[in-house]
Design a protein around this ligand. Structure first.
Ligand SMILES: [Zn+2]
Ligand SMILES: [Zn+2]
Length: 141
């Protein structure tokens, strides 16, 4: 016999957290569209600029070992949404950045930061040891 206890009804409801996940997923695909636009330019940008974040110095291979090797985001210095279809010189029009710095660059829709502006924010952060301290407090997982 089917159960109609309050617990059974509640468990069949879509979870609010699941709805939130869908909203975030939509935002994520915007970034994917950006750098999958032209794989040739992406490869060229990495060949020229390397695999270390030009804003914060994050290197995925030295941080995550072999699993992080070859990972980096490629950013268009002039937003494609502003320029429309245009010729790109990967040397001057593209930058390599880690996902954190990339997110800060695009955090405000109406004001895309430059890589050097992110570098500037990092140099002025109030507590450079904050991240390390938070990890230390947490202890081993
Ligand atoms: Zn970075
Ligand atoms: Zn970007």
């Amino acid at each position: 016999m089917r159960s109609f206890t309050p617990e059974a009804v509640i468990s069949n409801r879509p979870s609010p957290a699941f709805k939130g996940y869908h909203t975030d997923g939509g935002k994520k695909s915007r970034y994917t569209t950006y750098y999958e636009r032209n794989p040739f330019y992406r490869a060229k940008a990495i060949e020229i600029h390397g695999l270390v974040c030009t804003a914060c110095g994050m290197d995925f291979e030295s941080t995550y070992g072999f699993f992080g090797a070859g990972f980096i985001h490629v950013h268009h210095n002039k937003p494609v949404s502003e320029t429309g279809p245009t010729r790109i010189n990967p040397e001057v029009d593209m930058s390599v950045v880690c996902p954190n710095c990339h997110a800060m660059i695009h955090r405000k829709r109406d004001r895309t930061l430059t890589v050097s502006e992110v570098r500037d924010l990092l140099s002025k952060r109030p507590n450079k040891e904050m991240r390390l301290t938070a990890l230390d407090r947490k202890g081993p997982a």
